[in-house]
Design a protein around this ligand. Structure first.
Ligand code: FEO
Ligand code: CA
Ligand code: CA
Ligand code: CA
Length: 598
């Protein structure tokens, strides 16, 4: 049962007003300051080459922080008295037109962009608790994971014929990770990272039904990686099955720089936004993960093994075996009241009950006509057969550590009820949903329960223009507009924090970070903490409120620019209009930033 508590966060701030989309600056509350901790191109190792935007190479990029940081965590190093930490971030994708001079060869662009993907672990240091962090070049835990880094496949589908390639007859060893989006940090101290839109890297002459269900088309992939590595061409012998080796949850031990990162097949293969784990009272690890696609699903994994406090080696086996479920949401309002307008039904809320429909249980497939290996590799097809509820793009799914309730950001779905597409339902009640919503899920009984109740906590939008914007009943005219909720986080007091991706296109405001009070009389009160600069997305929010620090990963600043016509100068703000050049870095650099009073 949920414990009741008020908003007692030590992080005090006066919310900012929404920021126009033309503002190329980080906006923070009065009295706060911000600065980058690490930027695209910052050198990680003693022998790394300094960032030199006009002369980047695959080799220099491999020793530097990658592009488009997304997931973020900062984990204190035990015994360091708050003075040292590891920062984990992943690098989702690249924006080549603003990264590289037009004179660079196409092949060098491709190879350097490949080296800007992957993951980074880097050590941080500071004078003590409550102080801002600096990254430590050459620290012993620093690590880059690149497109040729070896990953081990685990779980029931590892070694399956579906995962074998010409280069890997074992079906257990994958090189690289693609399109790393959100993630989660496990209770045992490892980091999870979701492989999301991996389809865009593959060329296929005549895609199979399975490939099409994952978004692989016969269009030539614009990044052209298949011209560098033939495995990205699925029509070749080298490419056969290669796409099946992406779309997984990756687990990394940031404290062991020699460890082999793993891809866990037991959690299924789809466009994982990320995954977050909580230990149920029964001891089983429960992971929630959204598939970020229009009309795709929410999933839950329950480990076979049980968590053992302090036994990291054992706990690192928990995601290798267990049951996998897809969510079905059933509303309780009269059907004719869910009319696509977003008007609340007569019972006062969009809510109902839900079931976790089994895909794999006790090691057996629960989906007719599919083996366990097929269910795990073609999880979307299995969920279609099982009858999960087709959602409005499930992004981050996070568990409130204070209550165990689960929050899912459905970022938007402009195709809902359009043409022959699926219509509205009570969990996705808006036709052509451009602003998105956030669903609150309460498991019935234990965390590994097979049934839940749910309600829509927040129907995003601009209350000034949309009367159906809804903030859990809080007066909508007293909150800030919000659109396209994407990443979620919690502070120590149990408040929900939401970061957005897409506000410039929907409500004409820069994306930002918002706090929502969840419990007590102020439930639904939404305050904006910060806004990112022009054309950027707010990723990886991390709220260390007891330390007075808030962090975000600023992704794709100035993404609509060109090399010679940059539209953002974040975070260095060298003189606008100056040409990109060595040392001047007159171009945007995706960066992890910290915000604090001072
Ligand atoms: Fe990479 Fe669903 O955001
Ligand atoms: Ca993104
Ligand atoms: Ca995202
Ligand atoms: Ca998004």
């Amino acid at each position: 049962a949920a414990k009741a508590f008020g908003n007692r966060s030590r992080l005090q701030f006066t919310g900012i007003k929404a920021v126009a989309k033309t503002v190329d600056d980080v906006t923070v509350p009065r009295g706060y300051t911000w600065e980058p901790i690490i930027r695209w191109g910052d050198p990680l190792f003693k022998d790394s080459v300094e960032f030199d935007p006009e002369n980047q190479t695959p080799q220099s990029q491999a020793g530097q922080f990658g592009y488009n940081n997304d997931y973020l965590d900062i984990i204190e190093i035990p015994g360091s008295r708050g003075k040292r930490a590891v920062l984990f971030s992943n690098h989702e994708y690249t924006n080549e037109p603003i990264m590289f001079p037009a004179t660079m060869s196409a092949s060098d662009v491709r190879k350097t962009a490949m080296a800007a993907h992957g993951l980074t672990v880097v050590e941080l240091e500071r004078r003590g608790k409550g102080q801002p962090w600096k990254y430590v070049r050459g620290a012993k835990l620093n690590r880059r994971f690149l497109i040729d880094t070896e990953y081990e496949l685990t779980g029931p589908a590892a070694g399956s014929d579906l995962l074998k390639t010409k280069a890997d007859a074992t079906g257990r060893k994958v090189l690289g990770t693609l399109n790393n989006c959100a993630g989660g940090t496990t209770p045992w101290g490892t980091v999870l990272s979701g492989e999301e839109n991996f389809n865009q890297y593959f060329k296929a002459a005549s895609p199979t039904a399975e490939q099409r269900r994952y978004g692989i088309t016969d269009a030539n992939p614009s990044r052209g990686w298949h011209q560098e590595e033939v495995r990205f061409d699925l029509g070749t012998e080298d490419g056969r099955n290669e796409e099946n080796r992406f779309g997984w949850i990756v687990e990394v031990d940031p404290f062991d720089p020699t460890s082999t990162p793993r891809k866990h097949t037991a959690l299924g293969r789809f466009k994982h936004e990320g995954a977050n784990v909580i230990i149920a009272e029964s001891g089983h690890a429960v992971a929630y993960s959204g598939d970020d696609e229009r009309f795709d699903y929410l999933y839950k994994f329950v480990s076979k093994g049980k968590y053992v406090e302090g036994d990291k080696t054992h706990n690192m086996t928990l995601l290798t075996e267990g049951d996998l479920y897809v969510a079905k949401f059933v509303g309780d309002a009269p059907k004719n009241q869910i009319d696509g307008s977003g008007t609340l039904p007569s019972d006062g809320g969009f809510d109902g009950v839900g079931m976790w429909l089994p895909l794999v249980q006790n090691g057996a497939s629960m989906v007719e006509g599919m083996s366990v290996e097929q269910v795990l590799v073609y999880t979307r097809l299995a969920a279609d057969k099982a009858g999960g509820t087709k959602m409005d793009r499930p992004e981050d799914v996070e568990i409130n550590p204070r209550t165990g309730k689960v929050y899912m950001a459905c970022t938007n779905n402009t195709n809902r009820a359009k043409g022959t597409n699926p219509g509205v339902d009570e969990a996705n009640p808006r036709k052509e949903n451009k602003n998105g919503h956030v669903i609150e899920i309460d498991e019935l009984g234990e965390q590994d329960s097979l049934a839940f109740t749910w309600n829509i906590l927040l129907m995003a939008g601009d209350p000034a223009v949309d009367k159906n914007v809804y903030f859990a009943g809080y007066p909508a005219d007293e909150v800030q507009p919000i659109s396209c909720p994407d990443n979620l986080a919690f502070d120590a007091a149990g408040n929900l924090w939401i970061s957005t991706d897409g506000q410039p296109g929907t409500i004409g405001r820069n994306d930002g970070l918002f706090r929502v009070t969840l419990e007590g009389p102020q439930r639904g009160k939404l305050e904006q903490f910060m806004a990112v600069p022009a054309e950027a997305e707010t990723c990886g929010p991390l709220i260390h409120d007891e330390d007075g620090l808030v962090f975000v990963a600023v992704q794709h600043p100035g993404e609509d620019g060109k090399w010679d016509a940059q539209t953002s100068m974040f975070p260095d703000y060298v003189k606008a209009g100056s040409k990109p050049g060595k040392g001047k870095a007159a171009l945007p650099r995706p960066s992890v930033i910290q915000m604090y009073k001072g």
